[in-house]
Unconditional design. Structure first.
Length: 417
């Protein structure tokens, strides 16, 4: 049974002109998720440009440059709801120079929709986006083979592309991959089943999105509670109240549980769990709560409350897969700020182990220059120890960002390996 309040985040990716924005426009249009004034504006613009019908892509292409060029540059976020589920869409760019935008849009996604043009089949960009989706451990991959109307809805073309994708993706780590033949422009297999592709026995895209099982995507085993702030309310009802507030990254916490505060190693038991003024007996990821402990021990922002028999690694030096986001290259042995959950401190890029050619997946050993959109394995050294998990087991406690101290710009995103 699907919880109709459950939120599904998904990202779209594909080569330029594969129809990502049109597909999202079709989803919004056919689910009646567009405001009347926006619909009227896009209809008027479509007529002015001489289009036969409504240009569905314009519902997502928000930047003026995008509308003029007909391409997606930034990550465009859109929201819609059906009776079964709520959705957040990240429409990410297809150009090679916007790889960093895909990393940003996909980092919190439950699912990735990778579009393939039925006329062109699997291209370099398809492989690049599949690799990034694999690197980011997106749990569900939906390969939409689009523009089937331009290949006469051919099952042979569809089967060939499925084989092409399966052949190269077998080298990647992907848990759940599905294939759907669609025509975003005409609406075939997007919201409603296609009447022209009887050979496809699967569900249309919206039905797949509504029924994806995502509850198990959240790690319920490893209890991780990064402390964001300490609550000391000046209120007569809360005299001597000292709560540790934050968002549970993973796992389950119950009143009476024995816990350990890292990095100090002090132990205690959970005295109470509060969500606002509500008192709970248990809380689990991704709830935002405040915990109180039975013992008055020193806990502050950046600490992590965990279980005694299940603790993250305390490491000062470690390797990450890093995607460089900034237009300024990384400084050799550069010093930055690292932000990991609620912990912020100084860090140095100690070594570039190798870079990855995301067209061939080959490792580049000699070249250590990190420029925008580069993905590389690097060794970081922090000023103090961090509480880390491997990214593949915990996407929150296994991820981090690097920040330039002078400009306060986010320069890189990393995944602990």
């Amino acid at each position: 049974m699907i919880d109709n309040n459950q939120l599904l985040r998904f990202t779209t990716a594909g080569s330029v002109d594969d129809g990502k924005s049109t597909l999202i426009g079709r989803l919004l249009y056919d689910t009646k998720s567009i405001f009347e004034d926006q619909l009227a504006s896009v209809e008027a613009t479509s007529v002015r440009k001489g289009h036969e019908g409504v240009d569905l892509a314009m519902f997502t292409d928000g930047l003026r440059d995008e509308r003029e060029q007909g391409i997606t540059i930034d990550v465009a976020y859109r929201y819609f709801t059906t009776p079964k589920r709520k959705f957040i869409i990240a429409d990410t760019p297809g150009h090679i120079q916007y790889t960093r935008n895909m990393v940003t849009g996909a980092s919190t996604a439950n699912a990735a929709i990778i579009l393939v043009d039925a006329r062109h089949g699997v291209m370099e960009q398809t492989k690049r986006h599949a690799f990034i989706a694999s690197l980011l451990q997106i749990p569900h991959i939906i390969v939409c083979i689009n523009k089937m109307d331009l290949v006469d809805f051919s099952q042979d073309t569809y089967d060939t592309i499925v084989s092409q994708f399966e052949e190269f993706s077998s080298k990647l780590y992907m848990k759940d991959v599905r294939f759907i033949p669609i025509s975003a422009l005409l609406g075939d297999n997007v919201v409603n089943r296609s009447g022209t592709m009887d050979w496809y026995q699967g569900a249309p895209l919206l039905n797949v999105l509504e029924t994806l099982h995502i509850s198990s995507d959240i790690n319920k085993i490893d209890a991780r509670f990064p402390v964001q702030t300490v609550l000391r309310p000046q209120h007569s009802e809360f005299i001597d109240y000292r709560g540790y507030a934050g968002r549970i990254a993973s796992g389950i916490y119950r009143v009476g549980d024995e816990v350990v505060v890292l990095p100090s190693g002090f132990s205690s038991k959970i005295k109470s769990i509060n969500a606002g003024f509500e008192t709970l007996e248990e809380a689990f990821a991704p709830m935002s709560v405040a915990l109180t402990l039975e013992d008055d021990i020193d806990v502050s922002r950046g600490d992590m409350i965990v279980k005694p028999n299940n603790q993250p690694k305390l490491q000062q030096e470690f390797d990450v897969m890093l995607c460089w986001l900034h237009n300024q290259p990384a400084k050799p042995r550069g010093k930055y700020l690292i932000k990991h959950t609620s912990n912020e401190q100084k860090v140095m890029i100690k070594q570039v182990v190798y870079k990855i050619d995301i067209n061939t997946y080959n490792r580049i050993i000699e070249d250590e220059v990190l420029t925008m959109n580069t993905i590389a394995r690097v060794t970081l050294r922090c000023s103090n120890r961090l509480m880390l998990d491997d990214y593949k087991s915990n996407r929150i406690t296994g991820s981090l960002i690097l920040i330039d101290e002078a400009s306060n710009d986010t320069v890189a995103a990393g995944m602990v390996v």
